[in-house]
Design a protein around this ligand. Structure first.
Ligand code: MN
Length: 344
């Protein structure tokens, strides 16, 4: 390849990257096998068994062995409890039964630590490898049994089984924690551990995207693609009208990176109630507000604003139309990629 051709190919790659931005990139940074680990883990942690069965089936097609999947589901009991883990294994039994003619690869089984191993020292060493430090703290002095179980059981018995690499185990853990409420401290700790095992920022972002996908057991369903309003949105959104009588209320779901254009609700205004994921609300000329489940936004009539998802999270809010006489919505320009990409 001559220099001119190399330069033109490089330029083409640069232009393609500029146009696809961050949105398509995240989906390409994990292997099919790693995507399957994250999906299996997320659906197990959230208890969405119907989606889990599909993810388990795809996982075997994507090259995970039967024993690798068992290992993911067993490890998850340490992060989301025996009930979720057992339900996941039960779903996997059903899937393997349905696929018994496919001769799926069983793969290596887990190893058991030799009798007489100092498991506390073994687990401590694994914790140091993963976190970079001896894990100490007041909580472990307050309840020494939890330190003993973390070291001797989770980081010795379970991690010593092999079958999965530490990085694969962290993909499963990050995805499970990101699928659960109220475990932000643990999620952030495992994002750092994941980086210590070699995961990069784009891979972490891709795992968080997978974990934030709406689940079948969530209260408000996602609904159909929002085709009627698609021209006023950047990215894919979904609309589920909950009631159209009296006060109109819809569940609106945004894929990662999706947001609506700047717009104004004339006369009536709008109330948003965040249902799931991480997103944004911004009024013209004001700083952006980050939204989390349960957050309520009162949007006064005649105020120019936009709302939508964070780049690494699916996001849903209820949109409540404040009743008015002759209310309407005036749609304006897109929130530019330049402005949107400055948000964290
Ligand atoms: Mn609005």
């Amino acid at each position: 390849m001559n220099l001119k051709r190399i330069l033109s190919v490089s330029l083409l790659i640069l232009v393609v990257n500029l146009f696809t931005g961050g949105f398509c990139m995240a989906k390409d940074v994990l292997s099919k096998k790693e995507i399957s680990i994250a999906k299996i883990s997320s659906y197990t942690a959230s208890g969405d068994i119907e989606s889990l069965e599909k993810a388990l089936d795809a996982g075997l097609d994507n090259g995970l062995t039967v024993n690798e999947i068992k290992e993911i589901l067993v490890q998850l009991y340490a992060y989301c409890g025996f009930p979720r883990s057992l339900n996941g294994l039960s779903a996997f039994m059903k899937v393997t039964e349905q696929r018994k003619d496919k001769n799926d690869t069983i793969g290596d089984a887990g190893k058991i630590l030799p009798a007489g191993t100092d498991k506390f020292a073994y687990g401590d060493k694994v914790q140091v490898e993963l976190t970079g430090n001896h894990v100490r703290g007041a909580i472990y002095e307050f309840a020494p049994a939890i330190d003993q179980y973390l070291k001797e059981h989770l980081f010795a018995d379970i991690f010593a089984r092999g079958v999965l690499t530490n990085q694969e185990r962290e993909i499963a853990t990050i995805s499970a924690l990101a699928s659960m409420q109220g475990v932000d401290a643990q999620l952030n700790a495992h994002i750092q551990i994941g980086k210590n095992t070699g995961l990069n920022d784009n891979q972490i972002k891709a795992i968080l995207e997978i974990a934030s996908v709406p689940k079948l057991n969530e209260i408000f369903k996602t609904g159909a693609p929002n085709t009627a309003y698609a021209k006023y949105f950047v990215g894919q959104s979904y609309l589920n009208p909950l009631t159209t009588e009296g006060v109109k209320i819809s569940n609106v779901t945004f894929e990662p990176g999706c947001r609506n254009n700047w717009h104004i609700h004339h006369k009536g205004g709008q109330i948003l109630i965040t249902v799931q994921g991480r997103g944004y609300y911004q009024e013209w000329g004001k700083p952006v507000q980050e939204l989390h489940p349960g957050d309520v936004v009162n949007i006064p009539a005649e105020v120019k604003h936009w709302h939508g998802a964070a780049p690494d999270s699916w996001f849903s809010h209820l949109a409540i139309e404040v009743p008015s006489d002759g209310g309407s919505t005036e749609w304006q320009e897109e929130v530019s990629d330049k402005d949107y990409k400055q948000l964290k």
